[in-house]
Design a protein around this ligand. Structure first.
Ligand code: ZN
Length: 327
């Protein structure tokens, strides 16, 4: 009995230095994409009620913020716009002087090395809050895609480095690729929200982006949370149409999907730790029900372990500060 048990997996866990040496997954600042919300006006910095630490910012404030983000070593941001006017066809989305276009020009001046990704959808810009043009209560697919192409080109013209369509219309990646190429933006990559579920975890985002639909929901274009094989078909379609990178959204409750998508396609893959995931960790942290920093790192490490090369997270700045403390 003296030599029992032969295998002692704990041997590698006693010494913290050794634990660091054999760690399989490490977060780095290069994994992070920081989502930002831009609003009309000047000197506006308004905290989102359901997302402590997340702010809506006007163009001038966001440009300053981006300098700080660049200095912290966060490589990329993704921009969401709240326009000063909304209409049936979301014209604010492809207005050369729209909110995103103005923000892009200001950010590109203020933070030259920061990669700026723009979210492409119509829901923030339509008076009804839906992701496309409506006929009655139905979202018209192909008519919407035409506008998404216009929006993408307009973003690229204003300086966007990467275009990220989040609308989940069929055929939009191919159409956007063609539209960008025809305008000479052959080098602008597309990060497709390829696998996006209709999710209750988006709740706080709709406060931040003021994009809640006036009626109905998004289940006619976003995926059913019960489906996994369908996620592979969605990813495959976008890759065939020319997506350079793909995304799974939300992240935390869909780690199995992330894993399957990464295993099957081996594409550069992003995962979005969405507003509800952030809000739950924050709220529990504020109440001292959990150790917020620890759960933040654990949740993001799990997302990376499941296959994400890039993580969109509202914790990006906190993570970088944490990593600096560790080194
Ligand atoms: Zn949308």
């Amino acid at each position: 009995m003296a030599n029992f048990p032969v295998k002692r997996l704990r041997r590698l866990r006693y010494n913290p230095t050794l634990r660091n040496m054999i760690r399989e997954t490490s977060l780095t600042s290069n994994d992070l994409i920081y989502p930002l919300f831009v609003v009309p006006g000047q000197k506006v910095k308004k905290e989102v009620r359901s997302m402590p630490g997340v702010f809506q910012m006007s163009v001038d404030v966001i440009a300053e913020e981006c300098k700080e983000i660049e200095n912290l070593g966060i490589p990329a941001i993704i921009l969401f716009g709240i326009p000063d006017y909304k209409d049936e066809v979301g014209s604010g989305a492809y207005d050369p002087n729209g909110i995103i276009q103005m923000a892009l020009r200001a950010i590109k001046k203020a933070a030259k090395n920061l990669l700026v990704i723009t979210d492409v959808c119509l829901c923030e810009y339509t008076s009804h809050g839906h992701c496309g043009i409506l006929n009655g209560d139905k979202i018209l697919n192909d008519e919407t895609v035409e506008l998404l192409v216009k929006e993408s080109i307009s973003h690229a013209e204003a300086g966007a480095d990467i275009i990220a369509p989040s609308d989940m219309m069929d055929g939009r990646i191919g159409a956007i690729r063609q539209g960008l190429d025809e305008k000479g933006f052959i080098e602008t990559p597309i990060l497709s929200y390829a696998v996006k579920y209709a999710s209750g975890y988006y709740g706080p985002f709709r406060d931040a982006a003021e994009s809640a639909p006036a009626f109905g929901d998004r289940r006619s274009h976003q995926m059913d949370c019960a489906n996994a094989l369908e996620a592979l078909r969605e990813a495959e379609a976008d890759i065939e149409e020319g997506a350079d990178m793909i995304m799974v959204k939300p992240a935390g409750a869909y780690l199995d999907i992330l894993w399957r998508v990464k295993e099957k396609f081996g594409m550069p893959t992003a995962a979005y730790q969405v507003s509800g995931e952030y809000a739950m960790i924050k709220a529990a942290g504020i109440n001292n029900w959990i150790d917020e920093e620890r759960v933040m790192i654990e949740s993001l490490t799990a997302i990376k372990r499941a296959g994400a090369d890039m993580i969109l997270t509202y914790f990006a700045k906190d993570v970088v500060k944490y990593l600096k403390k560790q080194s």
